[in-house]
Ligand binder design. Structure first.
Ligand code: FO1
Length: 330
C-alpha cells in the first residue's frame, strides 16, 4: 500500500502525454490539482517534432501549451484560435515545400522564438519554459528529452515499389495514414536520454499518470527514451494509465491504425498488456478503462470509469478515479 489514498490526495502529479488527447486530459488534471492543491508536471512526447522551412516545430508541446494557455483552436485541435495563413500562402506561391503542412502566422512566431533559442544553445526544456512564461499553462511542461528523437514511419508510398521511412508528420498529414504501413522507428532514440528535469520530476512524484494518448506514437516514444522505463519502475509513485480506446475505438486520432501496424489488438486491455506491468518489465500498476472494457490482467489492477473527456470537470472525475485506483495498488 502506498501513501496515496482518498484522504491523502497526491501533492506532485506527473503526467506522460501526447498532443491533442493529452491536452484535453491535462485540462482535467489541472482542474483536479486546483481542487486538491497539487502541482502538475507534464512529460510531453517530442517524437512528432519536425523542422520545416528552417523552423523547429513541436506539435505536442504546442498543442498542450496553447490549450492550457487558452489560445488553441477547438475545431482543428492544433494551432491557435483566430489564425491567419498569409505566410503559408506566400510560401506556396514560391513553391517552397512542404506545401502539405499548413503553418499559421501566429504559430510561426512560436517556431521563430523556439528556433532562435535552440540556435543560441538553449535546451528544449529551457525554450519550453520561456514560451510558457507567456502562455501560463499552470502546468509545468517538460519535453521528454532535450535530445532530438523523431518518429518515422515505414510505409510504401503511392507508385513506390519498395517501402521507405517518412517523417511521422508526412505520414499523418500528407498521407493521412492511408498507405501500407509496417512500422514506426524512433530516429535518434539510441543517443537520447530523459532530461534531468524529467528524472527529478519522476523521482519526486507521488502519482504518475499516463494520459489516454496514442499508446504507440505518443506514449510509446516517451517510454522509448533510454532510461525512461527504468525511471518509471524505480519511482516511488504508483503509475496509473488511462485507456484511449473506448469499446475498441479511439475517440479521436488514429490509435487503432497504429495498434494494427504493430500487431496489438485494439482493446483497452490489450493496450495495457502492451505497456506492461511494472513488475514484469512494463510500467503500469493500474489501468482505467471505460465501463464494459474491464477484465483481469496479470499484475495490473483494472478499474472502470466513464472516460469521455467532455469537459475539464468530467476529465477531473477520471483523475479522481485514477487516484482511487492508485490508492489500491502496490
Ligand atoms: N495537422 C494537420 O492535419 N494538418 C496540418 O497542416 C498541420 C499543421 C500543423 C502545424 C503545427 C503544429 O503544431 C501541428 C500541425 N498539425 C497539422 C497537427 C499535427 O500534425 C498533430 O498535432 C500531431 O503531430 C499529431 O498528434
Amino acid at each position: 500500500m502506498n501513501a496515496l489514498s482518498a484522504n491523502t490526495p497526491p501533492r506532485n502529479i506527473v503526467v506522460l502525454a501526447g498532443g491533442v488527447g493529452g491536452a484535453k486530459y491535462l485540462l482535467g488534471v489541472r482542474e483536479y490539482a486546483r481542487e486538491h492543491g497539487a502541482e502538475v508536471t507534464a512529460i510531453v512526447n517530442t517524437g512528432d517534432d519536425a523542422t520545416m522551412h528552417g523552423l523547429r516545430i513541436c506539435p505536442d508541446l504546442d498543442s498542450i501549451m496553447y490549450t492550457l494557455g487558452g489560445g488553441h483552436d477547438q475545431e482543428r485541435g492544433w494551432g491557435q484560435v483566430g489564425e491567419t495563413w498569409t505566410v503559408g500562402e506566400e510560401l506556396k506561391e514560391y513553391g517552397a515545400g512542404p506545401t502539405w503542412f499548413s503553418l499559421g502566422d501566429k504559430d510561426i512566431a512560436t517556431h521563430l522564438v523556439r528556433t532562435q533559442m535552440l540556435d543560441a544553445g538553449y535546451r528544449l526544456t529551457e525554450v519550453t519554459e520561456a514560451l510558457c512564461a507567456r502562455w501560463q499553462p499552470n502546468v509545468r511542461l517538460l519535453p521528454m528529452s532535450d535530445d532530438r528523437v523523431e518518429t518515422h514511419v515505414v510505409c510504401t508510398l503511392p507508385d513506390a515499389e519498395q517501402p521507405s521511412a517518412i517523417h511521422f508528420q508526412e505520414w499523418w498529414v500528407r498521407y493521412r495514414t492511408k498507405v501500407p504501413t509496417t512500422g514506426f522507428v524512433q530516429v535518434g532514440a539510441e543517443q537520447a536520454a530523459p532530461s534531468a528535469e524529467v528524472l527529478a520530476a519522476l523521482k519526486e512524484a507521488d502519482l504518475i499518470l499516463l494520459a489516454p494518448s496514442n499508446p504507440v506514437v505518443s506514449i510509446g516514444p516517451i517510454l522509448g527514451v533510454p532510461g525512461m522505463r527504468e525511471a518509471l519502475r524505480d519511482a516511488a509513485a504508483p503509475v496509473i494509465g488511462t485507456a484511449g480506446l473506448i469499446n475498441g475505438a479511439p475517440l479521436r486520432g488514429m490509435a487503432d491504425v497504429c495498434l494494427q501496424v504493430i500487431g496489438v489488438e485494439q482493446t483497452a486491455l490489450a493496450v495495457a498488456d502492451y505497456l506492461g506491468a511494472r513488475s514484469a518489465d512494463g510500467v503500469l500498476d493500474g489501468w482505467l478503462v471505460a465501463p464494459g472494457d474491464g477484465g483481469t490482467l496479470d499484475a495490473i489492477s483494472v478499474a472502470e470509469a466513464p472516460l469521455l473527456m467532455s469537459d475539464a470537470g468530467a476529465t477531473a472525475q477520471m483523475v479522481t478515479a485514477a487516484v482511487e485506483l492508485a490508492g489500491q495498488v502496490r
